[in-house]
Structures are given as structure tokens and as C-alpha cells.
Write a protein that binds this ligand. Structure first.
Ligand SMILES: [Zn+2]
Length: 80
């Protein structure tokens, strides 16, 4: 079974903090203040809530992994 042992339950906060925050909507980055969660900051460009840059990367990887898993699942279903 694919998807096992990926450690999806871990929190990104476990990395020990991020150096910058990034807007998941428009990609604008801003410096991150230690102790202040990026999610409490507003994007200066579009006004959306910021995310830690690592969180943004993680969410992108998660989307990519899900799309790849879905595609390979369809291929397997076609071939079997
Ligand atoms: Zn933005």
C-alpha cells in the first residue's frame, strides 16, 4: 500500500521555526519574527494570511504527492 510510513502526522513547527514567511496565494515573502507565527501576519500584497516558508513547501509537496498518487492509482487500475 502506498502512502504508508510517510509520517504525515508530524507538525511543521517541529523544524524549529522558519526564517521567512510566504504567502501561499501570491508567493510574497516577508521576514519572520521569532515567536510570532507567520499565520498571524497579513500578506502585504494581497492581504491573505501568510504561512511559514517550510509550511508552503510542505503543502506543495503534499499536493504533488497526492496528485502523483492519484495518477499512479488510475494507471494501476487501467493496467489491472
Ligand atoms: Zn499574498
Amino acid at each position: 500500500m502506498l502512502g504508508q510510513g510517510m509520517g504525515m502526522g508530524g507538525s511543521p513547527q517541529g523544524f524549529g521555526g522558519v526564517d521567512c514567511c510566504e504567502c501561499p496565494n501570491c508567493g510574497t515573502r516577508s521576514s519572520h519574527t521569532r515567536g510570532v507565527p507567520c499565520s498571524t501576519q497579513e500578506c502585504p500584497n494581497c492581504g491573505g494570511s501568510m504561512m511559514g516558508a517550510i509550511d508552503v513547501v510542505a503543502s506543495r509537496m503534499l499536493k504533488l504527492a497526492k496528485s502523483l498518487t492519484a495518477e499512479s492509482g488510475e494507471l494501476l487500475a487501467e493496467n489491472s
